[in-house]
Design a protein around this ligand. Structure first.
Ligand SMILES: [Zn+2]
Length: 509
């Protein structure tokens, strides 16, 4: 691609489970045909680190695998940019006790201390390793978002006084300069400038600001996306807009399309690019958000990507037109949260979601936030106990009626959606395994809703729900290995299926 063409990118977040490597290779090769020209890869622990080998996840790329993937991406015409955090969101590293001395706050494993020379050297070392695989690529993303605990350690507190901004700027500017010295253009998230965009002039002039907002579906001039883009323009800073592709869910919410469309409208007006972000959680699998990737390309070319476009895209994808399929997928992407007093954040129904980790950590929401989501060793999470706690909290609500009403509404919508997916799986001419996966995930969601209904209202036969849950698990056991590497498959089944099966098993005995 020409070096000056506008960025139309997707962000691949490799936190948590690793996508199936063969599937990932095909996915990457396919991106240009979906209108994508840039791939931002956030490696986390899936990079083949050498200097600190304990950082490597069991399903991490080997050097040869990574070289092959990057060559395939570049060969397909993609601009590739690695993302390695340089201050915060380093839980994949700082969760290791061996690196605890580098933390800004001893009990918070997300952030390094910028005043600690060893911590800064550690980041430099990681950067050097990542750069070695990206010699021919132009960009390097340094992260730099959500440095919530900055100023906690005595050294930083002394230097920062009441205002950590200068300290953040000093550290981040130095990271940008280092990246430039190594021959790359720095990119970074822009949330540190939301309050005061003019601070962006303190960074090198060629930094690319990745401005994110996952909430907006219409952008008024006074809202962040428009306000910030205008400010960056005035300051002579380049920026791209970053919506969210998947919302970290099993099936993306319809909101993701509206969020992307809103951003695309703004960006096309000003001739700026987009990197659509894809947040990893246990609920995201690459195949379920392919339509959102394609919509990114289409919207940035000025195509409207509404209901008709969705239906056409899915018909092309599977080689068959199933009436109502876009609505069925949107119904399965609906998110349902219930506020629980004292928990400081709502819990997600019916399946586990990242935010539900409030039920795992004794310190609740505060601890979940500080830990950055999940502990290093996922084996220590007892999903069955979390599910049981969720049920107890729901049963303890003073008024169950709103839950029951919503449950009926979701049960109806999901069972309709699953029959559409069943039609799709039965008639797909192309991507038959993806169609089968869609059906299995839809059935998983439906069985989870039925189990919930049974536990809250005793209205179904436990043995029959358990049988369906087991059948659903068998399907997933067969399908998942194509889309997720082995340890991720085990984790998904333990998180999605086991709690439901355990709870039903107890009842049906
Ligand atoms: Zn510090």
């Amino acid at each position: 691609m020409s070096p000056n063409s506008q960025i139309v990118g997707v962000h691949l977040d490799l936190k948590y489970q690793m996508p199936g490597k063969r599937y990932l290779m095909d996915w990457v090769r396919r991106l240009p045909s979906l209108g994508i020209n840039t791939l931002l890869i956030e490696y986390e622990d899936k990079f083949p680190f050498v200097r600190h080998p304990f950082l490597r996840h069991v399903d991490a790329f080997t050097p040869a695998e990574l070289r092959e993937l990057l060559a395939a991406a570049r060969g397909a015409g993609l601009r590739v940019a690695p993302l390695l955090q340089s201050l915060s969101h380093l839980e994949f590293a700082l969760n290791h006790e061996a690196l605890a001395s580098l933390r800004e706050c001893p009990e918070i494993p997300t952030q390094i201390c910028p005043c600690n020379k060893d911590a800064v050297k550690f980041i430099h070392d990681l950067q050097d390793e990542v750069m070695a695989f990206h010699a021919e690529d132009e960009w390097f993303h340094i992260g730099a978002d959500e440095a919530w605990s900055l100023g906690s350690c005595p050294d930083c507190a002394r230097r920062a006084g009441n205002d950590t901004t200068a300290l953040w700027l000093e550290h981040t500017a130095a990271m940008c300069e280092r990246v430039r010295r190594l021959g790359k253009r720095p990119m970074m998230w822009d949330d540190a400038f939301w309050k005061e965009p003019s601070l962006a002039v303190e960074l090198p002039s060629d930094v690319l600001l990745c401005s994110w907002d996952y909430g907006v579906t219409r952008i008024a001039p006074e809202q962040n996306p428009a306000r910030l883009m205008t400010a960056y323009e005035r300051l002579g800073r380049e920026a791209v807009g970053c919506p969210c592709l998947n919302w970290g869910l099993l099936f993306p919410r319809r909101h993701t399309m509206e969020n992307t469309a809103a951003w695309a409208g703004l960006l096309r007006q000003s001739g700026r690019g987009m990197i659509n972000t894809s947040w990893a959680s246990f609920h995201t699998l690459l195949p379920t958000w392919v339509m959102q990737v394609a919509a990114t390309g289409a919207l940035m070319q000025g195509v409207e990507a509404g209901a008709e476009w969705e239906a056409d895209f899915l018909a092309g994808e599977f080689g068959v037109r199933v009436a109502g399929l876009p609505d069925a997928l949107a119904a399965l992407g609906e998110m349902w949260e219930v506020p629980i007093e004292g928990l400081k954040r709502p819990i997600t129904l019916p399946l586990h979601a990242c935010m539900d980790m409030v039920l795992h950590y004794p310190g609740g929401q505060e601890e979940r936030k500080q830990r950055g989501g999940y502990p290093l060793n996922m084996e220590e999470i007892d999903f069955t106990a979390m599910y049981r706690r969720k049920l107890e909290l729901l049963r303890g609500l003073p008024d169950a009626r709103p839950i029951h009403e919503k449950l009926d509404c979701y049960l109806g919508a999901c069972s309709g959606a699953v029959s559409k997916l069943s039609e799709l799986a039965g008639s797909a001419q192309r991507r038959r395994e993806e169609a089968a996966l869609f059906l299995a995930l839809g059935e998983l969601k439906l069985v989870a809703l039925r189990a919930l209904s049974l536990h809250l209202r005793h209205d179904l036969d436990p043995a029959s729900v358990l049988r369906d849950a087991q059948a659903c698990r068998s399907q997933l056991e067969r399908l998942l290995p194509q889309f997720v590497e082995p340890s991720g498959c085990r984790l998904l089944l333990r998180m999605w299926c086991k709690p439901i099966q355990d709870a039903l098993d107890r009842r049906s005995r």
